[in-house]
Design a protein around this ligand. Structure first.
Ligand code: NAD
Length: 256
């Protein structure tokens, strides 16, 4: 379905970004990966699906590196047809104890990076009159939790940004939407499971049960594969007129 298209997926060396990269590759899209840590498993996973795979190590908090990444994708693959703004970080603390440098990093990586990738990728999408921009927000783009002020602000911000750019592109072949996962058991959430286990003196299974019971009525983690399926749908022609939505996949979290 996506044969010949190229997807640039930020933060795709693990977790949700990797799940989305693999799902798009399964549909035939070439993939430019990005993110930190060991990049080899992600590269091998995508290449095994028979598409071209690239990698750029841009730090999403640095606008000049973001620009170099978008240009590298265009140079290597000829286009950025699908842009998935997924890289994100978390920090949990009360607002009066929140380290200002953590606030700045969260806003830069979770929100401002999407402004930079979007402004740089959009002219090419407009020339081709086709594009998909998927912003990985969160249920925290729709509702709040205590101790996560920067994350909640960044995710509400990216939902607003999504709507604004969707309106600016509404008469074009470019759609812009947000995906709002509930709990997904990735390294980002594993840290919160570990903190809960240590604080409450419970084992991993109990810490996971408590985390889910607090927010996610299905009591099941959403998976990167399920989110990949939603991303594929949003890239399909069936979704040509889905514009500016913030689509939650959250086991009922925000239905409460
Ligand atoms: P993760 O920690 O598994 O993956 C994050 C990815 O971003 C990694 O590839 C990491 O290397 C990359 N990254 C981090 N900082 C970066 C930087 N400065 N520059 C470039 N890459 C960077 O986390 P995840 O849970 O897969 O999170 C992915 C996205 O999904 C985030 O935006 C997160 O807020 C969002 N999200 C996660 C959950 C969840 O429950 N896990 C729920 C809702 C939304």
């Amino acid at each position: 379905m996506l044969k010949g298209k190229t997807a640039l997926v930020t933060g795709s060396t693990s977790g949700i970004g990797l799940g989305i990269a693999l799902a798009l590759a399964r549909e035939g899209a070439h993939v430019m990966l990005n993110g930190f840590g060991d990049t080899e498993p992600a590269r091998r996973g995508v290449a095994a699906l028979g598409v071209k795979v690239g990698y750029h190590g841009a730090d999403m908090s640095k606008p000049a590196e973001i620009e170099a990444m978008v240009r590298a994708c265009e140079a290597e693959f000829g286009a950025v047809d699908i842009l998935v703004n997924n890289a994100g970080i978390q920090h949990v603390a009360a607002v009066e104890d929140f380290p200002p440098e953590r606030w700045d990093a969260i806003i830069a990586i979770n929100l401002s990076s999407a402004f930079h990738t979007t402004r740089l990728a959009l002219p090419g999408m407009k020339r081709r009159n086709w594009g998909r921009i998927l912003n990985v927000a969160s249920t925290h783009g729709l509702v709040a939790s205590a101790q996560k002020s920067a994350y909640v602000a960044s995710k509400h911000g990216i939902v607003g940004f999504t709507k604004s750019v969707a309106l600016e592109t509404a008469t074009t072949g470019i759609t812009v939407n947000a995906i709002c996962p509930g709990w997904v058991l990735t390294p980002l959430v594993q840290k919160q499971v570990d903190a809960r286990a240590a604080q409450a003196g419970v084992d991993q299974a109990e810490a996971k049960r408590q985390l889910l019971a607090e927010k996610q009525p299905s009591l099941q983690f959403t998976t990167p594969e399920q989110l990949g399926g939603l991303a594929v749908f949003l890239c399909s022609s069936a979704a040509d007129n889905v514009r500016g939505v913030a689509w939650n996949m959250d086991g009922g979290w925000v239905a409460q």
